[in-house]
Design a protein around this ligand. Structure first.
Ligand SMILES: C[C@H](O)[C@H](O)[C@H]1CNC2=NC(N)=NC(=O)C2=N1
Length: 101
């Protein structure tokens, strides 16, 4: 998958298809709220599995009942690329199954 930095307008356009995800200082971020701490921990493990599968890893933070992701592409100098958006889309697809919103 290409790891070329994307222009801001393209990122913003693509984020319109990723509800809740925002662009903050060359990172895309999203905080999910879960029904319980245990659900949040399980969601964290699932996200880690997806990240290893994609070989693309966010800063993944587990809170009491939240899971926060913040990601850009290190190999592209810390800029947002298709790889970040692909990760966000995969996470978005599995979130409902965990009760994450
Ligand atoms: C060697 C390994 O393939 C690279 O370091 C991978 C691992 N996970 C990664 N994660 C992120 N966010 N950006 C990268 O460029 C990246 N590269």
């Amino acid at each position: 998958m290409p790891a070329a930095p994307l222009p801001r307008n393209e990122i913003e356009n693509r984020l319109s298809e990723l509800p809740g995800w925002t662009l903050e200082e060359d990172r895309i971020t999203r905080t999910y709220r879960l029904p319980s701490h245990f659900a949040a921990a399980g969601f964290t493990v699932h996200v880690a599995q997806i990240q290893d599968e994609l070989n693309h890893h966010s800063d993944l933070t587990l809170g009491y009942n939240t899971v926060a992701l913040s990601v850009n592409t290190h190999d592209a100098g810390g800029k947002v690329t298709e790889r970040d958006l692909a990760l966000a889309a995969r996470v978005m697809a599995v979130a409902p199954g965990h009760g994450a919103r």
